[in-house]
Design a protein around this ligand. Sequence first.
Ligand SMILES: C[S@@+](CC[C@H](N)C(=O)[O-])C[C@H]1O[C@@H](n2cnc3c(N)ncnc32)[C@H](O)[C@@H]1O
Length: 234
Amino acid sequence: MSEFYTSIANYYEQIFPVGAEKINFLMKSNPKTAIDIACATGEVMKEIQEKGVKVLGIDLDEKFVEMAREKDLDARKLNMLNLDEIDEKFDLLYCIGNSIAHLKEYDEIRKFLQKSYDRIDSGGRIVIQFINFEKFLENEDENGYLGSLPDIKNDEFTFHRNYFKEKDHIRFNTTLVVNDLIIENNEILFPLLKDEMVSIMQKVGFKNVKVYGNFKGEDFDEKVSLPVIMTGEV
Ligand SMILES: C[S@@+](CC[C@H](N)C(=O)[O-])C[C@H]1O[C@@H](n2cnc3c(N)ncnc32)[C@H](O)[C@@H]1O
């Protein structure tokens, strides 16, 4: 992974504020223990912990892990592909914010989901949020441009997000503009498809796999929904 997340770490929490709907959705199964895969600066973990849940977070980015630790959270630098290095099991495992798209291919995703399954206690739940790239891929123009997500803006900054096709992958191009400072980045993502993901979840052994269009728990609508939230039980 590039220095992408480190370079925007100081703005990350303003760009992606947490929101009550996300926390309520994660808390639906009433977990006592949880693991946040790709926890970034730990803001989601912090809110889950405040609800009385014992949470461990892992992330690949050192700066993010440091920022989470400064909040007295239990965060460790670990690649999600090495999840089997953790011994404990959890009631809830979540990996949100399209973090799973950082894995390179379906084989890696299957391995990660298998290791996730093994780390969830019987009766526990998994929550994965990602972008279903199907709609984007249908709209590719002659320059490989696929589409954008709405700009995130406040008085201090603007964050632009554009997606391009790059061979078998997606190039996620972001520009953060803070006064005179412009931080541009490109991150390679895997073009995840909802139906493929559901099939892998079922093959790995997750029961009752469900798909939602948002954290309110509304249905995924093929025509308009880009983010997908997938849940499953062990
Ligand atoms: C878009 S951010 C989402 C973070 C957070 N879950 C959220 O919803 O705001 C993606 C995160 O994935 C982390 N990441 C990318 N590849 C990873 C890997 N293989 N293992 C662990 N974390 C990874 C990045 O460091 C970054 O924090």
